[in-house]
Design a binder for this molecule. Sequence first.
Ligand code: 9D3
Length: 236
Amino acid sequence: MTKDKMKINILTIFPEFFREVFDFGIIRRAKLAKIVGINIHDLRDFTDDKHRMVDDRPFGGGDGMVLQAQPIFAAIENLVGTCERENYPDGTKVILLSPQGRVFKQAVAKEFAAEANHIVLICGRYEGVDERVNEALVTDEVSIGDYVLSGGEPAAIVVVDAITRLLPNALGSETSAENDSFSDGLLDCPHYTRPADFRGMRVPEVLLNGNHVEIEKWRKEKALEKTRLNREDLLK
Ligand code: 9D3
């Protein structure tokens, strides 16, 4: 379900937030190679009302404002062709970034990269998004972790980055997604480059002696040590 280019559309009330963030490194290269196409859309462009209102007060009372359903439905109708989830074309994912979502992990990134050819990311804000968006439009509700952001925009950047580098041919031949941390369930080992002595801090001798069996043993050991120290949960 991926053969062709991956289209990613982002719906936001802060389009300026994304002005240059996708113009560097792997994402920039993937865009130039037509592996991915990323478009940012201002939710205000899809409002019916002349004041371009996108939010309103919550029914039942409470603090803050709620993103209205209308501009989001109009945007999805425009971008996907329908606002009935059942009728989305194959390979379409409409993802709501929200603190209530399932947590975005490498496995989720792999799932999206493999199954989708069109992803729409809806960036939540304020106290939330009208739940009818979830009921009718959203195929996947995603959080990037247990901390409070001001909105879904930073999360959208994270999701785009993690997915793009998994697309076929997005990484140069020198690197492979399979060699990455998390692919083997451990954190990466430490790395050093020249000089061998920097301000009296020496590179571990084992890395300098060219014994690649010893080097691999050292790297595995250090990866385990780092994982035990920072991410005991990964050792299960
Ligand atoms: C008072 C309850 N809060 C929910 C836990 C309200 C609230 C906090 C933050 C409502 C929206 C937000 C804005 N955050 C996001 O839209 C968001 C988010 C996040 O805050 N953390 C991790 N992942 C994400 S994805 C979108």
